[in-house]
Design a protein around this ligand. Structure first.
Ligand SMILES: *[C@@H]1O[C@H](CO)[C@@H](O)[C@H](O)[C@H]1NC(C)=O
Ligand SMILES: *[C@@H]1O[C@H](CO)[C@@H](O)[C@H](O)[C@H]1NC(C)=O
Ligand SMILES: *[C@@H]1O[C@H](CO)[C@@H](O)[C@H](O)[C@H]1NC(C)=O
Ligand SMILES: *[C@@H]1O[C@H](CO)[C@@H](O)[C@H](O)[C@H]1NC(C)=O
Ligand SMILES: *[C@@H]1O[C@H](CO)[C@@H](O)[C@H](O)[C@H]1NC(C)=O
Ligand SMILES: [Zn+2]
Length: 711
């Protein structure tokens, strides 16, 4: 018999009995681990039953440090998409009162037959004596609970702070359900595409307050437990299960407001000793939200956003950015409001911008499955840079270039990554780089479509898919329709085929420019491995010596996957250079013939400002890469890089530092020799460069207190 013979609910109330309950549970789990033939074992939940509403009522006990625990009930409203007498859902690290599982239908009275667990896949498989009928709705009622610890993996866990005066530990609870952790807290259908509304009622001691995605609608007395109350939250919009969030604490809050089209109230809360330094996030978050609201023109259906700033989040990479509730790690976010913009303040601002952008991408707009996460993270990363730029002009340019450079560097190191073949993910490190690539690709789409088309497509996509799941295909489709609305002329490309070449292939292309008299021929190949035959749809933007730098980034030509070389229509006299990939928004590198490199080098020395700063950075980055790949000689590389002694902007210098330092790691003896030779020739210059950079950027500039190396 595999059903857990668990004790009754009253047992929870008594500590001694709780132990007995846990022992029973352990025995029961041992029994559950045996392989059961015929037990549901697919990687995804069956499509037979889908949830649409959760009523959650739970109590969190934080007073007795020896016995921190929560317990509760959940009623999950379900649709039967097929007739079946089995319900499969996620349950992992939480105890279930299996005997008390109930199913309510309109008419029938269901009897539980078996409850089985597939431990490997975190499934609970519940079978009833009669079927749930196709098209009908049901309510599944489950009792659950657990003792609480500080473990992040529990999904819902404890933190504490120390009262400085009394040295007393003050405990609070917080959730972090990001990806597959909610199943450790309560039984749920834990897949991103299974969206539902949530009605959360949290019981707690009256000293505390309850925080969740939505506002507290009412606080009602709890007649069963002395000094306890029920905080009844408003019902959430339809959202992915892992976006549910809650916390019970007695933090102190600041109040601010975003004057967006649909005003959003902000409450920023922390332990009282941190309140002085929460002013920064309390003030900046609404400004960033307002900016994004204006830009995206899609209002959030939210009245409030709560921001909790907590010490001691288990790892620094984690923060929670759920609909209406954001949790930050205090070390990363606490800042003085006055004083200059320092590097750590700038990083804090970036984290806040990331959290605010997630309200649209990831929360309002969801995904069907984790393998599409790069789409919402890529959009978030891109809009994070634009929002940053609003408060710190120039930051978008800098962050976008940094993204691109870091992503290029990572792809070279590992031989290329593709966005689509990447689930389950190997590590947070890989994941970070994946999203950097996605962000760079979103920038490229914005570039080749132009602002009008890109925003038209994006806005309609947000309107149409709010509170639903998006996929890359649907997103490209929205952009395609926008591009068709913009111009009736049919193009020889469509957004989806273009972008599929970038998201599905690993690595990125190298475009090679060949001058043939006054004609220019362009060739494409794989930048990281010349034996590979991959071909991309490459938007080509360029400018010719003497032309004004174009304001927009619409391609003047395309390289297609149908042929690997193409001649441009333009005539370019041999004594003039041509420069490709304006503002470096294309995710590719460019190599020129020796003659053009020399023309570019001469222009850089004469008047480097005549070339856009992002293209200077691109030239620096590309030439170092090409030299390492032995596609240009060190004397060509050196000649092009020579101008940098006069460079006074951040982006080209960063490209140099990234290129050179990366080149010095794990070098082969051959290239070590040429680096030594290069540095020998450049030695004097290099020393000057370092001290110049140091003076200029580290000592004097109020805006940059250190060179901003990629993380
Ligand atoms: C779940 O449904 C049952 C039966 O309708 C009801 O008695 C119970 O109060 C509900 N629980 C919650 C948490 O809504
Ligand atoms: C939400 O839960 C509360 C308390 O259990 C209940 O009174 C209310 O009717 C529920 N609202 C909805 C929309 O389910
Ligand atoms: C939070 O609760 C602790 C313990 O009861 C108490 O000492 C502290 O003053 C409370 N803080 C606030 C801001 O209410
Ligand atoms: C380069 O690509 C070729 C053809 O796809 C492949 O056989 C080879 O292993 C690759 N080389 C490296 C170093 O990855
Ligand atoms: C497109 O929008 C961006 C940011 O909103 C702006 O910096 C850029 O100048 C715009 N480009 C064009 C061609 O209008
Ligand atoms: Zn994110």
């Amino acid at each position: 018999m595999l059903m857990c013979l668990s004790s009754t609910y009253e047992v929870w109330q008594q500590n001694v009995a709780v132990c007995r309950f846990l022992i029973l549970l352990v025995l029961c789990q041992v029994a559950c681990c045996a392989k059961i033939p015929g037990l549901y074992d697919e990687p995804r939940l069956p499509a037979t039953i889908t949830p649409f509403h959760y009523d959650i009522r739970m109590i969190t006990h934080l007073e007795n440090p020896a016995n921190h625990k929560y317990n509760g009930f959940v009623n999950i409203s379900l649709h039967a998409q097929k007739t079946t007498n089995q319900v499969v859902l996620h349950v992992a690290g939480v105890s279930i009162e299996t005997k008390k599982i109930r199913l309510y239908g309109e008419t029938s009275d269901f009897k539980l037959t078996t409850v089985k667990f597939n431990k490997k896949r975190d499934y609970m498989v519940v079978t009833f004596d009669q079927p749930l009928w196709l098209g009908k709705s049901y309510v599944l009622s489950i009792e659950f609970g657990r003792s609480m610890t500080k473990k992040l993996e529990d999904g819902y866990f404890l933190r504490h702070y120390v009262n400085a005066k009394t040295s007393e530990k003050i405990w609070y609870s917080i959730s972090h359900f990001n990806r597959n952790l909610i199943r450790n807290t309560l039984p749920s259908f834990d897949e991103p595409g299974l969206r539902a509304t949530f009605n959360v009622t949290m019981g707690h001691h009256k000293r505390f307050q309850s925080y969740s995605n939505m506002n507290v609608r009412a606080v009602l007395p709890n007649y069963d437990i002395q000094d306890y109350v029920w905080s009844v939250h408003e019902v959430t919009p339809s959202m992915s299960t892992h976006l549910l969030a809650f916390s019970v604490n007695n933090f102190t809050c600041r109040f601010t407001q975003a004057a967006s089209a649909n005003p959003v109230r902000f409450r920023t809360c922390s332990q009282s000793s941190n309140v002085r330094e929460t002013g920064f996030v309390a003030e900046k978050a609404p400004q960033l939200l307002e900016f994004l609201d204006n830009l995206l023109k899609v209002s959030l259906p939210l009245e409030k956003i709560d921001q909790l700033v907590v010490d001691d989040f288990p790892t620094e990479d984690h923060s929670t950015k759920d609909l209406g509730l954001v949790v930050y790690h205090s070390k990363q976010i606490l800042q003085r409001e006055d004083g200059p913009m320092t590097r750590s303040k700038s990083l804090a601002l970036q984290r806040i911008a990331h959290g605010m952008a997630h309200m649209w991408f990831g929360n309002l707009l969801g995904i069907d499955w984790w393998s599409d996460l790069w789409l919402t993270e890529g959009l978030t990363g891109y809009f994070e840079t634009l929002a940053m730029d609003h408060l710190e002009p120039g930051m978008a340019r800098r962050l976008q270039l940094r993204n691109r450079e870091t992503s290029f560097m990572y792809e070279s190191e590992v031989g290329g990554v593709s966005l689509v073949s990447f689930w389950p993910l190997a590590s947070p490190e890989v994941e970070k780089h994946l999203y950097q690539k996605a962000t760079a690709l979103i920038g490229m789409v914005n570039g080749f479509l132009g602002n009008a088309t890109f925003y038209d497509g994006l806005q309609r996509h947000l309107w149409q898919n709010s509170f639903a799941s998006s996929t890359p295909d649907l997103f490209w489709r929205s952009l395609q329709l926008a591009s068709e609305r913009e111009s009736v002329l049919s193009k020889n490309w469509d957004v989806r085929s273009v972008m599929d070449t970038w998201t599905r292939k690993s690595g990125y292309p190298l475009v090679t420019v060949i001058r043939n008299g006054n004609n220019v021929v362009l060739m494409q190949g794989h930048a990281l491995n010349r034996s590979r035959t991959d071909l991309w749809w490459i938007p080509l933007t360029y400018t010719i010596d003497g032309e004004a730098f174009p304001g927009d980034l619409k391609p003047r030509a395309w390289l297609t996957p149908h042929q690997n070389r193409q001649q441009l229509d333009e005539i370019v006299p041999l004594n003039q250079w041509i420069l490709l990939n304006l503002r470096a928004v294309g995710y590719y590198r460019v190599n020129y013939d020796e003659h053009t490199w020399q023309l570019l080098a001469a222009t850089l020395i004469e008047d480097f400002r005549s070339i856009h700063v992002l293209n200077r950075a691109q030239i620096v980055s590309d030439i170092i890469f090409l030299w390492k790949q032995e596609l240009v000689s060190w004397s060509t590389a050196f000649n092009v890089l020579r101008y940098i002694i006069d460079e006074d902007e951040y982006e080209p210098l960063m490209a140099l530092v990234v290129g050179v330092t990366n080149g010095l790691w794990g070098i082969s003896p051959d290239s070590a020799l040429s680096i030594a030779k290069w540095l020998g020739v450049a030695g004097r210059w290099y020393a000057e460069f370092i001290s110049y950079t140091f003076d200029k950027f580290v000592v004097k500039s109020p805006n940059l207190n250190s060179l901003d190396y990629p993380d």
